[in-house]
Every structure is written in structure tokens, then in C-alpha cells.
Design a protein around this ligand. Structure first.
Ligand SMILES: Nc1ncnc2c1ncn2[C@@H]1O[C@H](COP(=O)(O)OP(=O)(O)O)[C@@H](O)[C@H]1O
Ligand SMILES: [Mg+2]
Length: 97
């Protein structure tokens, strides 16, 4: 659902609203003292000028507030003028246990 909201917003306001725009999705694992963390980054490029939103509606609320407790992690949306960046962090339980 979070990716669906990110994609809808990108198509309405962000990088996917222009022919040149694109979205890069990267993910990696970070070692920690206990569990590792899975980090997923959604980064929009070629977006029309982005300004911080006046209000947060369903899409950004779902991403920032509902996703984090589901994942045991965090989700942050940054309205960079170049394009929205969403960083999602989730605990990655040790698969060897
Ligand atoms: N990818 C994006 N690029 C630029 N602005 C965005 C993007 N996603 C969201 N926004 C801004 O954040 C506001 C809130 O988004 P959202 O909570 O999904 O509500 P809605 O889509 O109903 O407007 C949008 O109205 C828009 O101004
Ligand atoms: Mg939306």
C-alpha cells in the first residue's frame, strides 16, 4: 500500500508526472549490534520543482505513520526540491536463528 501511495503521488505531483522523470529504488542491509536493518530508498528524479506540502493527506500519513509500526522501523518522506525521497527502515531478523 505504501508503494502504491508513493507511485500515485509521483504520478500526480512528482517525477512520474513528466516524461523525463524517473524513480530509483535501492535497497540494502545495514549491520547492527543486534538485528540488521533493511533500508529501502525511493528517490524521484526529474520532478517538477517540489515544495513542502501545506497538508498531509491519506497518502503521506499512511507512509510515515502507519508503515513504521507495521515494520518495526521507520519511514521518512523528504520533500527535496529535486524530488521526493522516501527512506524506509525495517528490522531484519537474523535468518540463521
Ligand atoms: N512525489 C511528490 N512530489 C511532489 N509533491 C508531493 C509528492 N507526494 C506528495 N506531494 C505533496 O504532498 C501533498 C500531500 O500528499 P498526500 O498526503 O498523498 O495527499 P493527496 O495526494 O491527497 O494530495 C500533496 O498534495 C503534494 O503537495
Ligand atoms: Mg496522495
Amino acid at each position: 500500500m505504501a508503494f502504491h501511495q508513493l507511485a500515485i503521488n509521483a504520478a500526480k505531483y512528482g517525477a512520474l508526472s513528466t516524461p523525463e522523470g524517473c524513480v530509483g529504488i535501492r535497497w540494502w542491509a545495514e549491520a547492527g549490534s543486534e538485528d540488521a536493518t533493511l533500508v529501502v530508498e525511493w528517490r524521484e528524479e526529474g520532478s517538477p520543482q517540489v515544495s513542502p506540502p501545506q497538508r498531509q493527506e491519506f497518502g503521506s500519513r499512511l507512509i510515515e505513520r502507519a508503515l513504521a509500526p507495521d515494520l518495526g522501523g521507520s519511514a521518512a518522506l523528504v520533500f527535496d526540491p529535486e524530488g521526493v525521497v522516501c527512506t524506509i527502515r525495517a528490522a531484519l531478523p537474523d535468518a540463521t536463528q
